[in-house]
Design a binder for this molecule. Sequence first.
Ligand code: ATP
Length: 940
Amino acid sequence: MATNPSSSTHNPATHSISQSRTQADRSQRRSRIQPLPQAQEQQPSNEQDPVPDVVMTDSVKYDRDAHGKRQINQYLFQQKLGRGQHGEVFVAIDTTKDFEVAIKAVKRRNAKAEKMNLLRKRNLPQSPHLPVSQAMSTTEHKLRKEIAIMKKCRHPHVVRLLEVIDDQIRDSIYLVMEYLEGGEIKWRNLAEEPILRVDQTRRICRDVILGLEYLHHQGIIHRDIKPANLLWTADRRMVKIADFGVSHFSYAQRLSAAGEDDTDSVTDPHLMDDSDLSKFAGTPMFLAPEIISDTSTAESSTSSNLNQLGTSSTSTVGRKKAPITKAIDIWAFGVTLYGLLFGTLPFRAENEYHIYNVIRTGDWDVPDIMGLDRLPVGGRRQKKPSKGQQTEGYLVVKLLEGILEKDVKKRLTLDQVKRHPWILKDMPDPDSWLRKTQVSTTFLAATEAETTSAISSVRFRWTATRIAKGLTSFLRNVRRQPSFPRRGTTRARRSEDDYKDVGTRSAPNVHLTRHRSSGAVLSRERDHRTKHVLLGPNPSRRSLQPLRVEPPRNKSTADVAGSVGRAQGQPSTSPQKYPFEPFNMWNSSSSPALSGSGRKARRGSESDNGRRGLNSLQVPPRSSRVASPQPSSASGSPTGYNIIASPIATESSPQMTPVEERPRSRLSTIVQAIWPRSKASYGPSPQEASTSAISSSPPSHTPQHLQSRSSEDAFYSNITSRKSSGSEPLNIGMRAASWGEVGDYMRPSEDVRSILSVDRMEDALDQETLLLGAGGVAQSPVPSLPSGVLSTVSSAASLGPPALSPAHIILHRHDGSETPVSDPSAQNHNSLQRLNQYRSPGQSSSPLALPSISRELSERSSVYSSSVESSDDHTPSESDYELQPSTSQMYQLEDESDDEDEIPLEVRTRRPSVTVTEAEPPQLPRRTDSRRSERTMICT
Ligand SMILES: Nc1ncnc2c1ncn2[C@@H]1O[C@H](COP(=O)(O)OP(=O)(O)OP(=O)(O)O)[C@@H](O)[C@H]1O
């Protein structure tokens, strides 16, 4: 299977991945990772889910390969894919199985985001009903929620989380995900013309519908559906929903999706704490009207801004607010559909604030033609054709009308959308498709324990042994701090030489080192003890049984895995023969996260499971590696899982790369463990964090059958399952989900790669250019804001590499004398003071202060535009398309600057979560110091 026998996956120690891999090599690996969905049929099965659970790994080993590439545990990092709200995403190779994954490196704590939150709270009217989730709106909370939600998701059209690497003494957490090599959906060119054919759009829509249907059924509202969050598989035959950064899990919604009632649950404040739904989240142009008019915070601020811009917003004041439900995803789907078909968006305005008003009150129209194939639409208002005479244009308009319905009650449901004639068009057997793609009745609920254990916490996990270890390490490594300014050393140099060894800034006179080998090899040998415990249905019956023997250090993982396999009665097989198979979890009723329904018994076998789950609510012992719940997990596996609280880092890692960060301060973590009261300055208590985390999960919900195991175990579990299940990669329902039978839905001559988004440009592009890749709203109808008005919405003119705002620049200039401070609040204060000191009234801290798109890109795109016109047969390549700003670029996030010292009071946030006030907004006290009258952006 492998082209190069020397790169055997049997022995990762000797496994060397050539820096310059051949294209053939890549495509071979690709085919192992992404089997084409055209093979055998697999009937939907309610049998055991053969897909390995999400592996929870609590130790990180940093290393570099022979070529200097960074490696974390078994993952060898390749190029960067992009930067998101809280972290960066990389392609990496799992050296034990030789397949590619996407790894998102996220910092536990985003100091800037928290400062922003602080600012917002200070400036906005306080609600007596401040939701827990809002009060706890920390990076960590969001991350915890994202992980918990992703752990629940097992669907062919939802990007899958494979592993969470969460070392408690590290600042960053790594989310190992299925790699979607096709990248984001590109949907228009610079001329705002669609680049997808109508039938391609329809197929994408089917995929999204199925993915959404699944999510909604689980009680998950994605909240950020848009083209940029829809990723192609490598073969461009399937689209998956990605990015759960702002997603919301609602137990109540989950129940209602099933048509069940659970009065106990709905009266539970935590279960019903859907209040964070009211927070502005999503991307402005894709926001549903009820979001805009629902948020009290947003409304007050937005109204204020709209009024400032001369736009009345009274229409929303006093209006009964519509509930925020999964219907917001349907709306966003409608906006996406419109965009894919017409190359433009339905609601346009000259700036961000007007767009909100337009969405709430404005109507939309349709162009005359749609799709790359320029099919006629026939206008927005068409005479109803006689039956059987309905044109594609007519069907599309009707569908859009049903979806882009401002009244939530009148808006089409997802099921109605799924059954719409346009969606079903060209299907040979729509009924069969509907039947086979029916969402499973099995629920995957994020339990409280799962949510809270989504990432680990220092506070609860500091055992006596660990404290002793930490103290020993501390005493052994303590030495004079060399990293504080040495004369004649530049800041950059210091960061390279010193910061990587600095354990913490909180301990200015000590230097905590980690073990370091020579050269660039940074390796911290961690204790890889692995305990494998499984929480059985009834904790009273749980038992500890060893599942895996920890390999000797000098033994390769594959060797050990092989011996484990043999020990478990499996043949020793090369991992190469068992590539990651992302599809074989489809329609399994024995979902890994199957959990109880809550406090009321439920019918059928699920209720049994639910009750079992309920009975097993326990605080388990800590385990080293914990897989997410798997009801069907290997019997006899031992048990245990983490109850985890808020892991809040006590220091920043200013100069660290995301994959090779400094360890968190042992001193601070020890201090935290010994004197928990010191937590006050670092964030919420574990209890609080847990409370917040369960805002989206049932408090009484049961920890599932949690199985602790390593990646290798998970892998071998996969092997076993695949062998026993026949391991068909894709069933007909899944295939029919979007592309159907190849013969049915594809013209023989049709090359799926002509579906666009052809090959990724990442290899050829530099990092900054990569950030332009999102398929979202570049060249959007929302241009740059008027000067002096802040916004997070960028226009084409504002595309480009992340820029330092004037405030950043000023602070950069003046940071030389800054003394590190250990107290975050003091840092806040310092930053505020410095910012206020240096800002002048004319200086805008607008995050829109982004450089223009590079001329080269513009030229490239314009070349495409002209070439498209000149050739009908032109199959556009990705480079032909408009390079659009990723959301993360549009909303340059708080962690853009890693240096907390340099964090100005520049508040940028994800997407729409922005309310902007002009200079000296009415609701803010007027400042007398003109230098302090800078504009302030308030983010929610
Ligand atoms: N599993 C994946 N496979 C392939 N590419 C991915 C995967 N996950 C994310 N990406 C890409 O990595 C980049 C960053 O993704 P991420 O979701 O972190 O940020 P984003 O969606 O751009 O911004 P935000 O998080 O603010 O919404 C995006 O370009 C995205 O397409």
